[in-house]
Design a protein around this ligand. Structure first.
Ligand code: NAP
Length: 248
């Protein structure tokens, strides 16, 4: 779990436990805190923490080595790294924009490049397929004026993940892009929920079903209605979109 302290990542782990998930490495800036918080929810799982910062590009090689030592080549990697910036747009300084873009796009993309090759060259797995789940967002489908810094980072990561998935498809690696709407997690604490808001457990169940069944396509919206809705919303004229999105 890249971003191992994430609420959505914890919900994905919880939803996969009944399907035989046994060992998990939580890669986080504060691995002890991530393991302690996950342990309260998942007392029977074999949980490991590993120090990892998405902004440290070289650090992913170290993480891969540590994971090999702890659990071998995993069947599943989830990238749940992200920072919302509390709906800041124009108020952000150039330094803050740089940090947001590296946290939401450049850092995770660099890590996924390493991880994609790692999984592609791993020993055969019983199912024949390893999966990388990338937490994107509907915010990347059509960024809004209040969150275009976050939204553009997610748009970049989403495009990267789709291309990576196409590049790895013949090597037994599936890349599943997940686009939630507003999820009530620590990321959105204190914000007014958007329409069709959901909770981490719903995202976790949806991801677990898509991972275990291997069906449902390689892009999943949560809730599912947001998929067709944003397919339309991304095409409407900008002046209409500005009205619909408002300052949300
Ligand atoms: N919540 C939503 O409404 C929503 C909607 C759509 C998509 N998403 C995406 O879903 C994913 C999980 O979000 P969440 O709701 O579970 O929020 P969360 O609990 O805040 O999780 C985000 C995680 O990213 C980690 N992170 C941030 N910067 C990092 C860095 N430089 N290196 C390593 N880890 C870093 C955070 O670690 P620390 O604990 O160290 O800060 C945190 O564990 C994110 O990618 C988010 O963009 C969320």
């Amino acid at each position: 779990m890249l971003g191992g302290g994430s609420d959505i990542a914890a919900a994905i782990v919880a939803a996969l436990e009944p399907h035989g998930l046994q060992r998990v490495v939580l890669a986080a800036r504060d691995p002890e805190a991530a393991v302690a918080s996950a342990r309260t929810m998942l007392p029977t799982l074999d949980l490991h923490g590993a120090q990892w910062d998405a902004l440290d590009v070289e650090g992913t090689d170290r993480l891969v080595g540590e994971c090999e030592r702890l659990v071998g080549v995993p069947d599943l990697v989830v990238c749940a790294v992200g920072a919302l910036g509390h709906h800041a747009g124009r108020s952000m300084s150039a330094t803050e924009v740089d940090l947001m873009v590296r946290t939401n796009f450049a850092g995770p993309a660099a890590a996924l490049a390493t991880i994609g090759e790692w999984l592609a060259h791993g020993p055969a797995t019983p199912s024949g397929v390893r999966t990388i789940v990338v937490l994107s967002s509907v915010a990347g489908v059509r960024p809004r004026r209040s969150n275009y810094v976050y939204g553009s980072g997610k748009a970049g990561l989403d495009a990267f993940a789709q291309g990576l998935g196409d590049a790895l498809v013949d090597d037994g690696v599936r890349v599943l892009v997940v686009r939630p709407g507003f999820v009530r997690s620590s990321m959105t604490e204190g914000l007014e929920p958007a329409p069709f808001s959901t909770v981490p457990e719903v995202v976790g169940d949806r991801v677990a079903r898509a991972v275990v069944s291997g069906r449902g396509g390689d892009v999943v919206a949560v809730p599912p209605l947001l998929g067709p809705m944003f397919a339309v919303l991304r095409s409407i004229p900008r002046r209409w979109w500005r009205r619909i999105a408002g300052d949300r």
